[in-house]
Design a protein around this ligand. Structure first.
Ligand SMILES: C[S@@+](CC[C@H](N)C(=O)[O-])C[C@H]1O[C@@H](n2cnc3c(N)ncnc32)[C@H](O)[C@@H]1O
Length: 585
């Protein structure tokens, strides 16, 4: 079966079956076509279908080409007019010929359809199409994290977003037409831009200078705030790698001067296939030199007492969850099929009312069915027929989430942990936090909630906090928890994060933050001539004879090390031109 027949089968079945488009494409048992290509073809064709329907009907090719069904015509005309390589069939193939014969007519109808929509260029039309098909997402900004390892907000404002106008509020981004940009006041290096921009070919995106990441999804790494004195960092559940690469960028920004032994991020991912995506993202983002990926490695099987993890001072836990906070996940745009020629419809000019009603009924049934399928944030589907089913699913998830959190509490040098979900259910959120704090291990090791007043400034200021009732009336815990809700006008997905801290590490594990005083960014405090200030005396280190020269030599070495990181990153980018990007929670 050709790519187009497989795609047509998916498009025609989409109104009858539940489940997400991704699961229907990637879960297909017998297909021959590469799933990535199939998925892109089906999704893009559905997005463009209102325009293509018009083009096909005006060019009248369904009357002229009797073998073409309306669905096949949409798919083939999509590729003829919009795909880089045209129709993916041999030149002699009958289907290809049946559409290419009408290329001239189809192209001019396409131009007319564009002009009727007042789009001066195909790019402008593409933006319209993206916006119209975005569904729920059209009411949200596109969040863009500038990757500090490779670029800066200033550079991106002058290059990628040079033509954007500065907006005064997040509401302006979604309500005003055109291209607007807003600098987020809470999370450093975060921008919001108007929806509808196609990033697939934007250089800053394909080279990892910018990463598409929802604002709320940036909270965990920012809240963890890893410093050089925290030693190594664990990302327990890493793929696709948004938070891993965010951690790397934060470590890079906090890197102390004149110190070697860079920190390591241990990024675990249980699912080997997803670990490959993680690897790709880590490479593109330039985080590879400091990241060790645990391919297919289950965090629960990692021994906290292993020598390898003796310097782990901070952990980020972002486990699988119900994904109930995700905005517009995998929503399939409505398909607009061209009408068959009049004589194929038994001479009637329009589909009759009975048919239209039948179609509507089928659509309603499919929608109802889809609402009963709970798709978690890893794409796994569970049919939820009742409240009881949902409760059982949430109970299973929260038991797993709690186990993970208690495992993290065991790392002997750990002093900070963040726990997050993209769920709105308190069972997966405050309830897990409360149960974790009440555990024997938390009490034995001295773990407590990271209070609001001790949080990084942007999250201290974030107004949406945890639910007091779900936190069993504990206001300190509820205030320490950070929430967000979709649809509340703040432009973010539904999310939850809480931080845990403790004041001292396990007996036997040393505090290795070093002998020198550090500023808020983890940099060593120095006197006017650049000598480091000792914690013990509050005074700068005294110079020995000849030590001045030695220290300068060291400085040069350190600078070279930092350059090495950049060089390696640039080198990595060269081989990754197939990167199509990830956008995620
Ligand atoms: C919510 S996603 C993580 C998203 C990721 N933190 C990001 O921001 O890009 C959860 C991931 O955890 C992985 N996972 C689930 N259980 C795990 C375990 N026990 N050990 C390691 N990875 C696990 C899943 O396969 C999935 O890829």
């Amino acid at each position: 079966m050709s790519l187009y027949h497989e795609a047509a089968e998916i498009l025609t079945s989409s109104s009858d079956t539940g489940g997400s488009l991704k699961s229907r494409v990637f879960g297909k048992k017998k297909g021959k076509a590469p799933p990535g290509q199939l998925y892109a073809l089906v999704l893009e064709t559905a997005k463009w279908s209102p325009v293509l329907k018009e083009v096909i009907e005006k060019a009248d090719i369904l009357r002229l080409e009797r073998k073409l069904t309306p669905t096949l015509a949409l798919l083939l005309v999509h590729d003829l007019l919009l795909a880089k390589g045209g129709i993916a069939l041999p030149q002699s193939h009958g289907l290809r010929a049946s559409v290419e014969r009408h290329k001239g007519r189809l192209s001019s109808e396409f131009t007319l359809a564009r002009l009727r929509r007042k789009a001066p260029t195909i790019e402008a039309l593409r933006e319209q199409v993206e916006r119209a098909s975005a569904g729920e997402e059209a009411n949200y900004p596109r969040w863009v994290r500038v990757n500090a390892l490779k670029s800066s907000v200033e550079e991106q404002l002058e290059t990628t977003f040079a033509k954007h106008t500065r907006a005064d509020s997040i509401q302006d981004i979604v309500t005003k037409g055109g291209r607007h940009i807003y600098i987020d006041p809470h999370v450093p290096n975060l921008l919001a831009v108007s929806p509808g921009m196609d990033f697939a070919k934007v250089e800053a995106y394909t080279s990892g200078k910018i990463i598409l990441q929802d604002k709320a999804s940036c909270f965990p790494a920012y809240l963890l705030d890893p410093r050089s004195e925290d030693g190594d960092v664990i990302d327990a559940c890493s793929a696709p790698g948004n938070k891993t690469t965010h951690l790397a960028a934060i470590l890079y920004q906090h890197r102390p001067e004149f110190e070697d032994a860079p920190q390591t991020i241990f990024a675990f991912e249980k699912d080997s296939r997803r670990a490959k995506t993680l690897e790709k993202m880590v490479n593109i983002a330039g985080s590879k030199p400091i990241t060790r990926i645990g391919f297919g490695q289950d965090f629960l099987q990692v021994d906290p007492l292993s020598e390898k993890y003796k310097d782990v001072g901070a952990l980020l836990l972002d486990p699988s969850c119900s994904g109930s906070g995700i905005v517009g996940r995998d929503s399939m745009p409505e398909l607009h099929l061209p009408d068959p020629p009049a004589d194929n419809r038994g001479g009637k000019a329009k589909p009759n009312q009975a048919n239209a009603n039948k179609k509507k009924r089928r659509r309603d049934e499919a929608e109802e069915q889809a609402q009963n399928v709970l798709v978690d944030d890893d794409g796994n589907e569970t049919v939820v027929k009742s409240e009881k089913d949902l409760e059982a699913r949430l109970e299973a998830l929260s038991a797993f989430q709690l186990t993970l959190l208690l495992h993290a509490f065991r790392f002997p040098r750990a002093k900070k942990i963040t726990y997050s979900t993209c769920s709105i259910h308190s069972q997966e959120n405050e309830r897990v936090v409360i149960r974790a704090l009440a555990s024997d291990i938390a009490k034995a090791k001295g773990w407590r909630i990271l209070r609001r007043e001790d949080q990084v400034s942007g999250l201290r200021d974030w107004p949406v906090r945890g639910l007091v009732e779900a936190a069993e009336g504990d206001e300190t815990v509820a205030e320490g928890c950070i929430r967000s809700y979709k649809g509340d006008g703040r432009g973010v997905m539904g999310f939850f994060v809480a931080g845990f801290v403790r004041d001292s590490v396990d007996a036997g594990a040393h505090d290795e933050s070093g002998p020198y005083l550090r500023d808020d960014d983890g940099r060593i405090v120095r006197d006017v001539v650049g000598m480091p200030v000792l914690k013990s005396t509050g005074k700068a280190v005294a110079l020995r004879d000849g030590a001045d020269e030695e220290e300068n030599d060291d400085d040069e070495e350190e600078d070279e090390d930092e350059d090495d990181i950049d060089d390696e990153n640039d080198g990595d980018d060269g081989g990754e031109d197939e990167w199509e990007g990830i956008s995620d929670a």
